[in-house]
Design a binder for this molecule. Structure first.
Ligand SMILES: NC(=O)c1ccc[n+]([C@@H]2O[C@H](COP(=O)([O-])OP(=O)(O)OC[C@H]3O[C@@H](n4cnc5c(N)ncnc54)[C@H](OP(=O)(O)O)[C@@H]3O)[C@@H](O)[C@H]2O)c1
Length: 427
């Protein structure tokens, strides 16, 4: 039996999950893996704060050096969140010869090369299964189980909060603000929901997933990002009429050396496997040239699911013993040089307008689409309402930049009262 002493940086949702798992399943892990994992110290901001679980007060500390410079501790698990001081503490741990396991997607997406360089230099490991999709073991699958493949497409629901909000809007017909307030009250959404609802969280995770999947560094600056705060119940209802469900999707596609990476609300056909992923569940749909289509589904957040990924990484780190799995792009601070990022990708589009109820409007708009090489697949024109009519178009595949120009021209038409929304469609 090997005794492994670990230090935790953070004791919030994830930290307490790790604590509970080791308490409940520690004996089984010892029995199965010959490892006695002991929590030696836990870093928190406030050692006097009332906690949901009782911990020996000697274990809590507000001094990071009690962990990163503690010779007894060989593995440091970080779940404080944010970039600083998380980055600084991870680097301190690595430079003191400690393997680091983290759930922090933001610090990894922004500072990956620096962290990985330090891990290599000090001959220790850096593990981050929990950083993407909580309890779903997607990092391990992408890194190890799909080695035989050229992965060419990743499409995922990797933010539980937005999926919960969109599911509720769709099923209960209530608007975004109402559902968000409800989710905040139940603790499903953060008091400051910006990172989730505006797509930053999904962007960090996509940067990590796409970098591993495509064996190239895909920096967050190269990922298009749009959140769900502009989605309305009207959009969702029109989408339903057309056979679509709306999801905040993280999408990365590779063709040769060209890569597109984007996070935005997306209509997908109701029979797409991702359409049935409801509430706060996550799922990642991957296409590989040998394996074909693959989908992973599960809990993308929560104390125990995320703790599951952390504790599994700790066990893996113990088993690896210095034989670490590093990425190949560790020295690229921005984007891998052999990669070209595409900004003018092709998708179908759903466009919802409110226009004046006058003859010839449809023809004018169709003319603008034609001028910009956008071909229309279907049109829905609804009932008149005091001289205004909702007009909905779904296009065939069109270039992103052409659509942007077409929308600019349409917005300028006197007959167009408002461009209500433009939502991309993926088949
Ligand atoms: N929650 C999830 O389900 C989930 C899932 C996957 C990944 N993650 C990631 O895991 C990380 C943590 O999430 P969480 O939900 O567990 O956060 P949380 O509940 O806010 O907990 C953060 C913990 O870190 C401590 N902390 C924060 N800043 C500190 C500082 N400067 N010095 C010392 N201690 C500090 C806090 O101390 P106090 O307790 O004293 O305030 C708290 O215990 C984030 O990166 C998040 O993105 C979370």
């Amino acid at each position: 039996m090997e005794t492994v002493k670990i230090g935790l940086l953070g004791f919030g949702n994830v930290g307490t999950g790790v604590y509970k798992i080791l308490k409940e399943n520690g004996a089984d892990i010892s029995h199965r893996d010959g490892l006695d994992i002991k929590i030696e110290k836990i870093l928190v901001r406030d050692v006097r704060k009332k906690r949901s679980i009782e911990v020996d007060e000697n274990v809590l500390t507000d001094n990071v050096d009690d962990i990163v410079k503690n010779p007894e501790i060989s593995i440091v698990a970080e779940f404080m969140g944010g970039t600083e001081p998380a980055r600084e503490y991870i680097l301190k741990a690595l430079s003191n010869g400690k393997t680091v396991v983290t759930a922090n997607k933001e610090v990894l997406a922004k500072h990956w090369p620096e962290l990985e360089k330090a891990a290599r230099a000090y001959g220790v490991g850096l593990y981050y299964e929990a950083s993407v999709a909580g309890g779903i073991p997607v990092i391990k699958v992408m890194r190890e189980s799909l080695q035989a493949n050229n992965v060419y497409e990743i499409m995922g629901i990797i933010n539980g909060t937005t999926n919960y909000i969109l599911t509720k809007m769709s099923e209960e017909g209530r608007n975004f603000a109402e559902i968000l307030a409800d989710a905040q009250q139940r603790g499903y959404a953060e008091p400051d929901p910006t990172s989730d609802v505006e797509g930053f969280d999904a962007m960090y995770k996509l940067s990590i997933l796409a970098s591993i999947g495509f064996h190239a560094r895909i920096h967050i600056d190269n990922i298009y990002r749009e959140g769900i705060s502009g989605i309305t119940v009207e959009d969702i209802n029109y989408g339903k009429e057309l056979g679509f469900a709306v999801k905040l999707l993280a999408i990365a596609k590779k063709q040769g050396t060209s890569i597109e990476a984007r996070v935005h609300p997306t209509f997908i056909p109701m029979d797409h496997p991702l359409a049935s992923v409801r509430n706060s569940y996550n799922a990642i749909f991957v296409k590989g040239d040998a394996v074909g289509n693959l989908m992973l589904y599960g809990r993308g957040a929560g104390d125990l699911p995320t703790g599951s990924a952390i504790v599994s990484d700790i066990v893996t780190a113990c088993q690896q013993k210095g034989r670490n799995l590093y990425s190949t792009f560790y020295n690229e601070d921005r984007i891998s040089p052999e990669i070209t990022m595409i900004e003018d990708w092709e998708t179908e589009f759903f466009i919802r307008l409110t226009v004046k109820d006058e003859p010839g409007v449809l023809a004018k708009i169709a003319g603008i689409f034609g001028k910009h090489d956008v071909s229309i697949a279907s049109v829905i024109q609804k009932d008149h309402n005091r001289g205004e009519v909702p007009l909905i178009f779904v296009t065939h595949k069109a270039k992103e930049l052409s659509m942007g120009k077409a929308i600019e021209d349409i917005r300028r038409l006197d007959e167009v009262i408002k461009v209500e929304n433009v939502i991309r469609v993926e088949r």
